[in-house]
Write a protein that binds this ligand. Structure first.
Ligand SMILES: *Cc1c(COP(=O)(O)O)cnc(C)c1O
Length: 377
């Protein structure tokens, strides 16, 4: 049996009849950039998160940048970022000319550990970026307490966490502002690149709207610096159709995760991801850890498992194999191996199992059987 890591085709087939007319409308109306479908999607997406303002933009990376830019982050400033995240979180800071300062993650939530934030704060720190990694919200209340005490902005990177919940509140307006990605493989994916910024703050919303479109509100009257971070019309139309299915798909993801938990509960060699008490996890990724065990030649048992699954038709992923503080591009920041042990262990021992809403029970059974075969259970 073949189990892909992700299957975008099966989802496309299930909504083809809805999505093609929506794309066709954009072409008929020649509204290729922004336009009505984008505006309608923004409204619906804000409502889905109980937020006031949402703007569709060109990518998640661009939304990471816009959030910090609109808050006035610039050269000389420092921004606190988890060591365990996708690189784009850090580009948000570097694109503003600011310095990313990394903090280790919590060993159960895998999100930035509030207890380790304070030592990273200096007189230059301006913001904390909470990433809701793998689909589970970060510990927002404890991060907000620190942000308040040191007068820092707390922002959310929701690229992996559409409609996830923290203490029964949707992510996206838990901090001052947030960013989203609609990269095709995300829980809500466009048919190309896309992202969004969200806030409840009216002034910030105005800035978002202007920065997205060359710093202007009135045509050719450029009030502030900006960029072209506009969303394409086709992406707005596709996302508008797909948003209606997001709750069902999220339910599907949670079903797969629950089944993994059930079938793998007796496998002592792996550590299951934990759904924190405060969280409604949306399982962008299901990352298990293979208990640390260096094999002859220096490779981890995790690498052997990945190889074995691959040989048996099961695709897996690594999120992420190198934590940000050990990436070559950040060498000049002076971090070293050992600085953030939880993130480093995740990088060495974590493996993401296939997960998408349409996965069949047979596929899930097969993946779990193969894992048990590997561990000779
Ligand atoms: C995917 C992702 C991004 C970047 O989004 P793109 O749309 O690919 O630019 C940013 N942050 C995190 C945590 C992500 O997973």
């Amino acid at each position: 049996m073949n189990v892909p890591f992700l299957d975008l085709k099966v989802q496309y087939k299930s909504i083809k009849d809805e999505v093609l007319p929506a794309i066709n409308d954009v072409l008929d109306n020649t509204a290729y950039v922004l336009g009505k479908p984008v505006a309608a999607f923004e409204k619906a997406f804000a409502e889905a998160h109980n937020a006031k303002y949402c703007y569709g933009v060109s990518s998640g990376t661009d939304s990471n940048h816009m959030v910090l830019w609109a808050l006035g982050i610039g050269p000389g400033d420092e921004v606190i970022i988890p060591a365990n995240t996708f690189i784009a979180t850090a580009w948000g800071a570097t694109l503003c000319g600011a310095k990313p300062v990394f903090v280790d993650c919590h060993n159960e939530s895998y999100n930035i550990d509030p207890a380790k934030v304070e030592v990273a704060i200096t007189s230059k720190t301006k913001a904390i970026v909470a990433v809701h990694l793998y689909g589970q919200p970060a510990d927002m209340d404890n991060l907000q307490l620190i942000a308040n005490r040191f007068k820092l902005f707390l922002v959310e990177d929701c690229a992996q966490a559409h409609i996830s919940e923290y203490k029964s509140n949707k992510v996206g307006s838990l901090g001052i502002a947030s960013s989203f990605s609609f990269y095709p493989g995300k829980n809500l994916g466009a048919y190309g690149e896309g992202g969004a910024v969200m806030t409840d703050d009216e002034n910030l919303a105005k800035k978002f709207k202007m920065i997205r479109d060359h710093g202007m509100e009135k045509k050719y009257y450029h009030e502030i610096y900006g960029h072209n971070y506009r969303m394409e019309g086709i992406q707005g139309a596709v996302l508008g159709v797909k948003l209606k299915h997001l709750e069902d798909w999220t339910y599907g993801r949670r079903r797969v995760a629950a089944k993994y938990r059930e079938l793998l509960k007796d496998v002592d060699q792996i550590i299951m991801p934990k759904e924190m008490e405060y969280a409604k996890h949306v399982y962008h990724l299901f990352v298990v850890q293979v208990k640390k065990q260096k094999l002859e030649g220096g490779s981890e048992k995790r690498d052997e498992l990945q190889k074995f699954l691959n040989e048996n038709g099961v695709s897996t992923g690594l999120h992420y194999p190198i934590p940000l503080h050990l990436q070559p591009c950040f060498e000049h920041l002076g971090y070293k191996k050992g600085d953030f042990p939880v993130s480093e262990q995740l990088a060495e021992c974590g493996i993401s199992l296939p997960l998408y809403a349409e996965m069949t029970d047979e596929q899930i059974d097969y993946v779990c059987d193969k894992i048990k075969d590997f561990f000779k259970i």
